[in-house]
Design a protein around this ligand. Structure first.
Ligand code: SF4
Ligand code: ZN
Ligand code: ZN
Length: 307
């Protein structure tokens, strides 16, 4: 029997709090925590135009569903789902189809799609297949991650978004902090916190205090489609090793992820990043040439557009 309502059938055991929850109480507490995260970190404003980064994976569609419910209470806000098509056949095609189906069932959510092909002139498959990625000595995931970020920025500006929301979970954020620490780089800004810097659309992560396992359960309970294909370029990376370690640790010592996040955030001393304009595309960057332009230069393709 559910610990909260004392009626419903238990579908989820929240190990770190000891709660056994029915579907209704799980959903309610899940959505409440997302709303509290947004309020705690002052992530969204009542009149934001929110660009939700929707890859088509379950996390991003779950985020879209929760934000749509929260934003319904703020009539001056609006929301647009943005999907970046990197051009990874089968894998991304399936994700985009899942996103389209899910969004069309939601009814009133605007969906904008942009692609590497239209923005940069190639698909990720193209530059892997023709050997450009190998010749440049970069990994497909690096090209994908950096250019996806740029594509999302471009699309967010095009739709007049005031903020970008991503579906990074508590697990993702702690993985990132640990990776930064292993690289001797802990002094970075806290992850997923709204930072208003000129020339940037701020990014927030409303799932930052929500464990991945709960996002999976929420997605499952609310008919969010799951992908059946994995990305052909996914390889065992430092992040995978850290993810496996943290997952096992959390299973044995529930609550570790949250404790780790708060400990890391006490250590982070936000630095005043001094930004200059990228010499090629003009976006604010801490380097002479931004990473997107650097990648395009290595791949020997044309300049990255700013918007
Ligand atoms: Fe992109 Fe790498 Fe993720 Fe595939 S695994 S979608 S290439 S970042
Ligand atoms: Zn209940
Ligand atoms: Zn640049």
């Amino acid at each position: 029997m559910c610990n909260v309502c004392n009626k419903g059938k238990v579908v989820y055991f929240r190990a770190y709090s000891g709660e056994r929850l029915c579907s209704r109480c799980f959903t309610k507490t899940f959505e409440k925590r997302v709303a509290k995260t947004i309020a705690k970190y002052d992530m969204l404003r009542y009149n934001d135009r929110i660009a939700v980064a929707v890859s088509g994976g379950k996390d991003s569609l779950a985020l879209l569903r929760v934000l749509a419910k929260i934003e319904a209470k703020f009539p001056e806000s609006s929301m647009v789902a943005i999907t970046v098509d990197e051009g990874i056949s089968v894998y991304r095609d399936e994700a985009i189809k899942n996103a389209e189906d899910f969004i069309s069932k939601m009814g009133n959510v605007e969906h904008v799609k942009v692609s590497f092909k239209e923005l940069f002139g190639f698909t990720l498959d193209d530059v892997v297949r023709d050997g450009a990625v190998d010749r440049a000595g970069i990994k497909p995931c690096t090209v994908c991650g950096i250019l996806r970020r740029r594509a999302l920025d471009i699309a967010a500006r095009q739709v007049g978004a005031s903020v970008i929301a991503t579906a990074h979970t508590l697990d993702d954020v702690v993985q990132t902090y640990l990776m930064n620490m292993f690289r001797g780089d802990i002094d970075k800004q806290p992850f997923g916190i709204r930072m208003e810097l000129e020339g940037f659309v701020p990014r927030v992560a409303p799932f930052k205090l929500t464990p991945e396992s709960e996002v999976v359960m929420y997605a499952y309970l609310h008919n969010v489609p799951f992908q059946s294909y994995t990305c052909p370029y996914a390889r065992t990376s430092m992040r995978d090793m850290i993810r496996n370690f943290l997952t096992e640790y959390e299973e044995n010592y529930p609550g570790t992820l949250y404790t780790a996040l708060t400990s890391f955030e006490k250590l982070i001393k936000p630095s005043n990043v001094s930004l200059q304009k990228c010499e090629v595309c003009g976006v604010p960057t801490s380097r002479r040439i931004c990473r997107a332009c650097e990648i395009l230069k290595h791949l020997n393709v044309r300049e990255v557009p700013i918007q």
